[in-house]
Structures are given as structure tokens and as C-alpha cells.
Ligand binder design. Structure first.
Ligand code: 3AM
Length: 208
């Protein structure tokens, strides 16, 4: 039931939203610049299929915890928890691309990540955020990865992904060498028709 028996006007809804706006938040481990550039260089050919929408180089990351929509007024407290859970800067190794889901039409391509350090960091951040009431731990196990491309919809308004004729091949040698990741970031994901835009809200330098 609406208060007073009337649905709220659009203006009233907009006013309410600006008083208590929500952001789609997630915490990620950022990749070092040279690794992002390496992925971008590889992707120019590997992700050239027109059905693919490659992730912009500046947006390449390893998601540690997806919080969903949270009131913007919580951002400071969430950033504080992320800061408290900053562990040693982890070493990461990238593996050859995998598709998800593994069968049927692919929706995305990602580089799986080998990194006990990133797994430890994720466990700490997820636990801290859950204890503070900002995060509901996922039932599925953590899958450390870098999403490199999403598959475009088959047509306008369709939820079905298009067919990818030329899936990405292996990574070149040298790209799988272990790299250290020294920064963790709290992002707001802004959904746009052309894909998501990730806005950094708080950054934590990782020691080591
Ligand atoms: O870029 P990746 O795949 O690492 O997949 C989404 C993206 O991670 C993930 O959060 C990141 C920023 O959007 N994500 C989106 N919705 C999600 C959900 N409901 C989710 N992760 C878990 N549960």
C-alpha cells in the first residue's frame, strides 16, 4: 500500500533516491599496469570476434567480493573494513582463457588466476565485510579470475548471447609469469548500455 493511498510521483521517488542513493559495489584486486597493457595487446587479436565486448584495459581486475546495491552512506565504513583487511600484496599468475558457462553459448571469457595470496586476501575481506553486515558470503567457492570479454546479446533486447565464431586462444609466453598486485580497490559499477563503468571509491595499498 502507498502512503495516503497514492503512488509516489516520479519527482518524489527521485528526491527519495537522492537522499538515500545506492551504489552497486565490489572490491577488487587491481592488476599492475604492465600486465593490463599485456592483456590489452593480446586481446586486440584474441578478442577480435565481433560477438565479443572486450573489457577496457583500465577495468581489468580480480573481483574479491561483490556487495550488490548498498546505500552510498555506507561507503566510508565499507572502505574502512577493506583497509583493515589489507594483507600482504599477493603474487598472481594468469592461466589461458576459459569460457563461462563451459557448455552452451559462452557469456564471458576470463583468465583464471593462480594465487594463494589472492585467495587469502579474499577470505579476509569477505569475512570482515560479512561480520560488519555489508556482505553475504557466496555459497559457490571463490574463483579468482580476470574477466577479459563479455559476449554481446544476440539481438536488441535479447538476453541470449551471440555465437562466438573465433574464441580466444592461449596466452603468449611470458604473460603467465607471476606478478605482484599492490592495490585493492572498492569500486562502484555503473551499468550503461555499452557495458559497465567502474568508478574507484577507495584504494588500499597492500604491504610487501
Ligand atoms: O568482472 P568480474 O567477472 O570479475 O561478474 C561481476 C564482475 O566481476 C561480478 O562483480 C563484478 C563487477 O560487476 N558480479 C556481478 N553480479 C554478481 C553477483 N550477483 C557478481 N558476482 C557475484 N554475484
Amino acid at each position: 500500500m502507498f502512503r495516503d493511498g497514492y503512488p509516489p510521483s516520479v519527482a518524489a521517488v527521485a528526491k527519495e533516491q537522492s537522499k538515500n542513493p545506492r551504489g552497486r559495489l565490489f572490491v577488487a584486486l587491481d592488476l599492475p599496469g604492465d600486465l593490463r597493457e599485456g592483456i590489452a595487446a593480446w586481446s586486440r587479436e584474441a578478442l577480435a570476434d565481433p560477438a565479443l565486448r572486450p573489457v577496457a584495459p583500465e577495468s581489468l581486475h580480480i573481483t574479491l567480493a561483490f556487495l550488490g546495491y548498498r546505500p552510498e552512506k555506507e561507503v566510508e565504513a565499507i572502505a574502512a573494513v577493506v583497509g583493515e583487511r589489507a594483507g600482504p600484496a599477493p603474487w598472481v599468475e594468469l592461466l589461458d582463457p576459459e569460457r563461462r558457462p563451459p557448455r552452451g553459448r559462452a557469456r564471458l571469457y576470463a583468465l583464471p588466476v593462480l594465487s594463494p595470496g589472492a585467495e587469502g586476501l579474499q577470505a579476509g575481506v569477505a569475512q570482515g565485510l560479512a561480520e560488519a553486515g555489508f556482505y553475504e558470503p557466496e555459497e559457490r567457492p571463490f574463483w579468482p579470475h580476470v574477466t577479459v570479454a563479455r559476449v554481446r546479446p544476440e539481438g536488441r533486447g535479447s538476453r541470449r548471447p551471440a555465437v562466438v565464431e573465433k574464441p580466444p586462444g592461449k596466452l603468449p609466453e611470458g604473460m603467465s609469469e607471476a606478478r605482484i598486485c599492490r592495490r585493492m580497490t572498492l569500486y562502484r559499477s555503473e551499468l550503461q548500455p555499452t557495458g559497465a563503468r567502474y568508478v574507484p571509491l577507495a584504494q588500499v595499498k597492500l604491504p610487501g
